[in-house]
Design a protein around this ligand. Structure first.
Ligand code: BGC
Ligand code: CA
Length: 349
């Protein structure tokens, strides 16, 4: 990336990246406008500029009901993900294209590796230890005991090895949920539980800034991506603010990941795309479109963490949508983005 300067357009001063653009369109002037893809389209129709080397392919035709929770397991060079309503945990190895699955007895909403071996998964309202080879599952803690209709949703391990996991109320149809029933919890290695937030609609994507001082969080029905100050010693959250707001009708923010440059990649459920957001400026830097509408979550993976894996759902599509989206429920690999992700952290217990 070369020099930054400002560009005055339509009353707005926008940052410009003076890079190489060979589109030749009038108004482009050989510059690639780094910020706001829509702006690039308006000025020089060279939107392909940022996207030209970006390739999207369906790598697992999983046909998942709600494909979710992708996680790259570096030590195994495998991609883990779950099918929440299909009640399965999947593990896929790109080099051999081999998949393995474990069935669960309840909705399974995330899976994370443990330092002590095996995995932790969110099942129903329980945090469960999963032994992959024997398929043995042992419930360790139950959350939201006073709310039997609730279930866990997204979960992720913080930079210090604590699990953060959220819940949601009963969902009549996808994204139609009993409101404000959910909470956000953390679970430490000794299995002590702290409730951080209440009145959550659909507890969803989470990740941390590079300096560990900010926690990014999505409650989907708020249509926002929020940030909190994060104290990684105590795990305490404070100073909630909005980083990015989706417009009504754009879809719901769902799962997310932070890349090695500290930027957010947010899957948009019912939006068929992943947004790359700069949390410092609140600007959407790039949009990656996928051939399915119910994009649910994403993570970076691959040998050098340069592939973005995106999960999707098929539950809730009608017959005609299903015909138009034969890959719904599949897992997609986006390559050529020019950014890398960070390794996932294992649960410290
Ligand atoms: C949940 C779904 C929900 C979707 C949209 C997912 O994380 O698991 O049940 O419909 O988000 O908010
Ligand atoms: Ca989710």
């Amino acid at each position: 990336m070369s020099s930054m300067e400002s560009f005055y357009f339509g009353g707005e001063v926008l940052p410009v990246w003076s890079g190489a653009c060979s589109c030749g369109s009038a108004g482009c002037g050989g510059r690639s406008y780094k910020y706001i893809r829509e702006f690039v389209q308006r000025v020089c129709s060279c939107s392909s500029l940022m996207m030209s080397s970006v390739k999207v392919e369906c790598v697992i035709k999983a046909g998942a009901l709600i494909g979710e929770g992708p996680l790259w397991e570096e030590s195994q060079q495998t991609l883990m993900f779950v099918d929440i309503a299909g009640q399965k945990i999947h593990r896929w190895r790109p080099t051999t294209n081999q998949s393995e699955s474990v069935e669960t007895e309840d909705f399974v909403s995330f899976v994370v590796p443990r330092v002590s071996g095996g995995y932790l998964a969110g099942m129903g309202r329980s945090i469960v230890a999963v032994e992959w080879s024997t398929q043995m599952m042992t419930s360790l803690v139950e959350l939201d005991e006073e709310k039997p209709n609730n279930r866990l949703n997204d979960g992720k391990v913080d930079p210090r090895g604590r699990l953060l996991a959220g819940t949601m109320g009963r969902e009549k149809r996808p994204a139609e949920v009993q409101r404000q029933q959910g909470s956000l919890f953390s679970v430490t290695s000794d299995l002590s539980v702290t409730k951080h937030l209440t009145q959550v609609d659909i507890s969803n994507g989470m990740d941390w800034s590079l300096d560990q001082k900010t926690f990014f969080y999505i409650d989907s029905l708020s249509l926002t991506v929020d940030a909190f100050d994060y104290d990684s010693d105590s795990g305490r959250l404070g100073n909630r603010r909005v980083v990015y707001h989706l417009a009504e009708g754009e879809g719901l923010p769902d799962g997310m990941t932070v890349d090695a440059d500290g930027r957010l990649w947010v899957a948009i459920y019912n939006g068929g795309r992943v947004l790359n957001i700069d949390p410092e400026t609140g600007v959407c830097l790039q949009t990656v479109s996928l051939p399915v509408t119910k994009t649910t979550s994403c993570c970076f993976g691959g040998p050098d963490f340069s592939d973005l894996y995106v999960t999707s759902a098929s539950l809730g599509l009608d017959q005609s949508e299903r015909r138009k989206q034969p890959l719904a429920g599949g897992v997609f690999r986006v390559s050529g983005l020019g950014v890398k992700g960070r390794p996932s952290v294992s649960f410290s217990g």
